[in-house]
Write a protein that binds this ligand. Structure first.
Ligand code: NDP
Length: 601
């Protein structure tokens, strides 16, 4: 970055664009998303639940309920809570894990925490009377909050844990869904709500030889504390004599690396693309501030956060953290530049400059923290600020100053091979006792594959067939040919960096629809083909701007691993006009009261 004669920073746009392109091109792979392998067959053991006692057994459940909710993460919990609040008590929540919590049930790795502020992330704080202990909640506190929501709304009585749905069939003559499970339950339900989560099915990299490794290995979402010792607070004492390798440097790795670095004898971080790491600045909750809050504060704060991070209108940034800085600051910096009276430039260019300046600060932070210049250079991210999930951590970069921690930078190519003894990068073998996969979760694979079961709608049509060429919904919830069926997921729906905000709005919506159907004495509802088509067209139209940005990004799950957005990918993506527009659209739809677009009987 250089400065002009007035002392203003100037950006060599072309040079940075060239560098970004080079770095992206180096990472593009012909296999795209197919570079990953699903955890089935010989890899199925990576999915086993380490947190339950073996041998759970119960009698099959039969009978009829108003609704079956699939998933006991926050989407399912919020749906259950909202149904209860609306006077609907007759439902079941089917969850494959041993408790509520969803992603927080599974992800218990050392250091796990949420870097969306706890006061906007943890839902129903006012309703449950809970105040988080710090600005950023750690995983155990979030898991406990999910249990609190479960207890507060009496959802434990309605839950079938350690139970996976195996199939769902619509019975036209009965006007009911038949839900079959791994515990031989056959439950009849008037409505089904699928709240299976967005990033929930772990994946492995398809590195040649991965199946041959003779040491210990696991995925971060099934942390093996039996092997490592310690807890989510760290102290992994059984690694003191171990050589440990970690594949992946995304948001999960950023949080567990400091603990592995502190505990392992030798620790190798196998990097393909560095994350962008901003400061976290966590702090305890100020009790005086907590006492000063008035009724409705959480809704106001959630709305404000989402407005700031999605380019909406806001007078004050209530959360004022790394997220609002990364996104809010790009918007504000562009506005400030425009206000200096400098020659009028086009807004996209101003945003691009602000984005680059933000990333320059991120790169400068690496130099300020990491002592070895070559390591610092390798840890610098060269892509736009919104190409990958921004990370915030005050101990990750520092870990690379430890003598036992080695950054193995694969320069975008990834680990070359896994052998019986370890991994090979650029022809050199690194012997390991333990190999940990922080390689993320399936995105862009078939929805029914990720859910783990097929859905048979009206006239025997399956959801897999219906969505063969991409998702088709109305508002992300309703599917033509699938009566009394609602989905809570990011697909064709509003999305925010605060997932919980959207889950809360989505759960309000599904609960409203069920209550309204009851009030109007409706036995079935599904979107008309025309209403569904109109929404799919809107999804396609809304995708253009953001996809142009992502197209130039380094590969990752945000941009279909750099594979571009064909029609199918576009249909499988989200509502790109943003979360605020989405929430307004849902509110207007509910206010109308007529269940517009749904055919009802
Ligand atoms: P990600 O998908 O973000 O990261 C996977 C990592 O594995 C990437 O660094 C990827 O590199 C790397 N990788 C994949 N294949 C290879 C290979 N062959 N060789 C070397 N490296 C490889 O998964 P995460 O679990 O980190 O995060 C998933 C999401 O979960 C986040 O984006 C976020 O939404 C959420 N999350 C949020 C947290 C928070 O609040 N702090 C914490 C943890 C997760 P490459 O980038 O090159 O593809």
């Amino acid at each position: 970055m250089s400065r002009d004669d007035k002392g203003n920073e100037t950006v060599d746009l072309e040079a940075i664009r060239r560098k970004y392109r080079e770095e992206r091109d180096r990472r593009l792979r012909a296999e795209g998303n197919d570079q990953y392998v699903a955890m089935s067959g010989q890899y199925a053991r990576y999915l086993e639940d380490p947190y339950v006692e073996p041998g759970h057994d119960r009698a099959p459940v039969t009978g009829e309920v108003e609704a079956v909710i699939v998933g006991g993460g926050f989407g399912g919990l919020l749906s259950g809570a909202r149904l209860r609040l609306g006077g609907v008590d007759d439902f079941l929540i089917v969850e494959k894990a041993g408790d509520f919590g969803g992603t927080w049930y599974w992800n218990r790795y050392p250091g796990a925490a949420c870097d969306t502020e706890s006061y906007v992330y943890l839902p129903l704080l006012e309703e449950t009377g809970y105040m988080p202990v710090r600005k950023y909640a750690k995983a155990p506190e979030i898991l406990e909050h999910s249990r609190r929501v479960g207890r507060h709304f009496g959802l434990y009585d309605r839950a079938l844990f350690q139970t996976a749905v195996t199939a769902m069939r619509w019975c036209e003559s009965e006007g009911r869904w038949h839900v079959e499970t791994s515990r031989k339950d056959v439950i009849r339900a008037r409505f089904v709500i699928l709240a299976g989560g967005g990033l929930h099915l772990p994946k492995l990299p398809g590195i040649p030889g991965i199946e041959t490794f003779k040491g210990h290995s696991f995925h971060t979402s099934r942390w093996d504390y039996e092997y490592t010792g310690g807890s989510s607070e760290g102290g992994l004492d059984r690694l003191a004599d171990k050589r440990v390798g970690l594949i992946g440097t995304g948001a999960t790795a950023v949080q567990c690396v400091p603990h592995l670095g502190a505990s392992a004898k030798e620790f190798f971080v196998l990097q393909r693309t560095p994350s962008a790491i901003g400061a976290r600045n966590d702090r305890p909750t100020d009790p005086e501030w907590a006492r000063s809050l008035h009724k409705g504060w959480q809704r106001q704060r959630m709305d404000n956060f989402t407005a700031v991070i999605s380019g909406g209108d806001f007078d004050v940034d209530l959360v004022n953290d790394g997220w609002t800085e990364v996104i809010g600051e790009i918007v504000l910096a562009a506005r400030r530049r425009a206000a200096t009276g400098a020659p009028v430039e086009d807004p996209a260019r101003l945003m691009e400059i602000a984005d680059i300046e933000m990333m320059e600060r991120i790169r400068a932070r690496v130099d300020a923290i990491v002592r070895d210049p070559a390591t610092a250079e390798a840890l610098k991210p060269w892509y736009g600020a919104l190409c990958k999930r921004p990370c915030f951590h005050d101990g990750y970069l520092q870990t690379f100053n430890r003598p036992n921690v080695h950054l193995v930078d694969t320069r975008g190519r990834g680990v070359e091979r896994v052998t019986e003894q370890g991994v090979v990068v650029a022809g050199r073998e690194y012997a390991l006792d333990c190999l940990i996969f922080a390689t993320g979760f399936e995105v862009g694979t078939d929805f029914t594959h990720r859910m783990g079961f097929e859905i048979h709608g009206r006239d025997g049509l399956t959801l897999s067939e219906k969505w063969q060429d991409g998702a088709e919904t109305m508002h992300g919830f309703f599917v033509h040919g699938f009566p009394n069926f609602m989905i809570i997921s990011p697909t064709q729906s509003g999305q925010s960096a605060n997932f919980q905000h959207m889950l809360d709005e989505q759960s309000k919506h599904v609960a409203y629809v069920i209550q309204r159907a009851r009030a109007l004495n409706l036995s079935r509802l599904e979107p008309s083909a025309a209403a569904e088509k109109a929404w799919v067209d809107e999804i396609i139209r809304s995708a253009r701007g953001r996809q142009a940005y992502l197209q130039d990004c380094t590969p990752g799950y945000y941009n279909n691993e750099g594979g571009g957005f064909d029609l199918r990918e576009t249909k499988n993506s989200q509502y790109w006009r943003g979360p605020i527009a989405f929430v307004k659209l849902l509110e207007a739809w509910r206010e109308d009261g007529g269940l517009k677009g749904l055919e009802c009987a």
